[in-house]
Design a protein around this ligand. Sequence first.
Ligand SMILES: C[S@@+](CC[C@H](N)C(=O)[O-])C[C@H]1O[C@@H](n2cnc3c(N)ncnc32)[C@H](O)[C@@H]1O
Length: 414
Amino acid sequence: MAEGEYPKTGTSGDAEPFRLDSVLEEADQSLCRSLLAQAMGLHEKGDLGGAERLYRAIVGKGYRVTDLLPITANMAWQAGRHGDAMADWNALLALSPKHPVALLESGRALAHLGRPEEAEARLRAAAAALPESPAPTADLAMLLFDRGRHGEAHALCLDAARRWPEAPVFAHLARRCVSAKVPFWHVPMVNDTARNEAFDTAIRAAVAAHGQDAVVLDIGAGSGLLSLMAARGGAGTVVACEGEPMVAAAAREVLAANPLGKRVRLVEKLSQQMAVGTDLPVPADILVSEIISSDLLTEGILPTFEDAHARLLKPGATILPRAVAAVGCLVGGEDLARQSLVGSACGFDLSAYQKLSAPRLIVDGLAWQALSPVVTLLSLDLTHPHHPRPWPRWNSAPRRTGRRWASCNGCGSI
Ligand SMILES: C[S@@+](CC[C@H](N)C(=O)[O-])C[C@H]1O[C@@H](n2cnc3c(N)ncnc32)[C@H](O)[C@@H]1O
């Protein structure tokens, strides 16, 4: 394309070049000024189709092109002619590659059109072109969030919240990123006094038994609480690892807020990515870890502990907790029935809706009655370096007591 020319816009496949304002004859300019006044008049009256046709005619003559292309692009977009809108933005960017509005609006449009890679590139360019504005960064963070890149979106939002403290969108989106990756139970867990005290007692005893040279490895630092306990117990070396970056960032702040935190080394990795010699000075004497889900296994305790035994611990290291068990019983009662059974409502038979009831319920907080004795469903000795597959799933079955018959409608966990 020759200098002073740009591609035609708002239609597809037409590569006919047009002149720029600077090369317009005075007569053309005066015609264009008059057309522009008419277009603006139509626009004001709400005749969008007529106005857009005139704006495009003026653009076609090469007059006030960079001013008018954003208008035609927006009008085409509003009318649902997304291809025309994108052609206008692209034409504008061909003329002015760093045009901030074209970068931002076309980035938004590409995101809307389901073209996320191109959208991301445009929004990043818009952020660079508009360093004082939070808008491109907000759109970019939302795009990353929608694509499941929560860690990146979170880091971007934290940085943006510092730069633009007056823009609440970043704090809000940062919290959405956290809740997408960090389960709700992190907070109630650290407020579970019985749990905390049991760990504290066990950690103190283990460190006392090993002496002050004890090397403690805390897998899954969370807040860093168990590591702080180990440091308070007198362990010479405490290394904590945390695999979720958003949790690790919070742990770093917690450690900084507590004087004993200086004695804890936080490694922002999964334990499976750690190595002795780099992340741990020597194999650890004590492993402390609370990666125990309500059903015991789904936080990966067995493969994680097996890997730690094989690579990160001294033979015969102290393991806290050394054993875990899941217990259960048959439960029932009015509250649970309301959560899982459907009969009639307001005189209508809704029983077919029963098919949609959840096969699994969190029963914590609900009133329930035990319908059988408590039995051990699964127990594991975590001091064993290996747990042969298949893992034990069910050690004994709950027994029915009395003469009550009912249907079993799923399972739950506390
Ligand atoms: C249940 S929380 C426990 C937090 C803390 N240790 C406590 O007891 O308060 C488990 C944490 O371990 C992390 N985690 C799970 N498996 C991990 C692994 N293999 N390596 C590092 N972190 C892990 C999770 O991201 C989560 O933050």
